[in-house]
Design a binder for this molecule. Structure first.
Ligand SMILES: [Zn+2]
Length: 173
């Protein structure tokens, strides 16, 4: 179940994803919110602008949260992370470390590096996953907008398939 408030934060995550695509990188955005509905931090994918394969939106949001993460861990606050795409295994690990209590994402990532659901299903770190409320694809309209961003990304020159193609074309010529 999500609320109208959740939807606002999911829209913000989607806006970050749109900005990322404008910056010619993976269209993924993330918003970290506390239990009083304050936005603690935002993040968007920076893999290509920063030339850093670990600069994922969720990790960026957690990094940008700075000391707020430690305050939340110490005082057992309930932070929610909203992402436009299912977190990958690395970001899922970051979420576990940050002791985020609730994770909501717009679009599953079964074909890509979506990892949260798989790791949860694998029953590893089970006690830690059991403390996290997981909400996948709660809003069809926003889900479809993220899906459209993913399709646009496939045509971007920085998409790895297109980068490889450019190399092989160059090699033939
Ligand atoms: Zn990730």
């Amino acid at each position: 179940m999500i609320t109208e408030r959740d939807k606002v934060f999911l829209q913000m995550a989607l806006e970050e994803a749109e900005l990322a695509l404008e910056e010619n990188t993976y269209p993924v955005g993330a918003i970290l919110v506390d239990d009083q509905f304050n936005v603690i931090a935002k993040g968007r994918n920076r893999v290509h602008p920063a030339q850093d394969t670990t600069a994922h939106a969720e990790i960026e949001a957690i990094r940008n949260a700075g000391e707020a993460i430690f305050d939340a861990k110490i005082h057992n606050k309930s932070f929610t992370l909203y992402s436009s795409l299912e977190p990958c295994p690395m970001c899922t690990g970051g979420i576990l470390f940050a002791k985020i209590k609730r994770v909501v994402w717009l679009l599953n990532d079964d074909l890509g590096f979506g990892g949260f659901q798989k790791m949860k299903d694998a029953a590893i770190f089970e006690a830690k996953f059991n403390r996290i409320e997981m909400i996948a694809e709660p809003d069809e309209e926003l889900r479809n907008r993220q899906l459209e961003l993913m399709h646009q990304w496939e045509n971007n020159a920085n998409h790895v398939k297109n980068l490889r193609k450019a190399v092989s074309v160059g090699g033939d010529g």
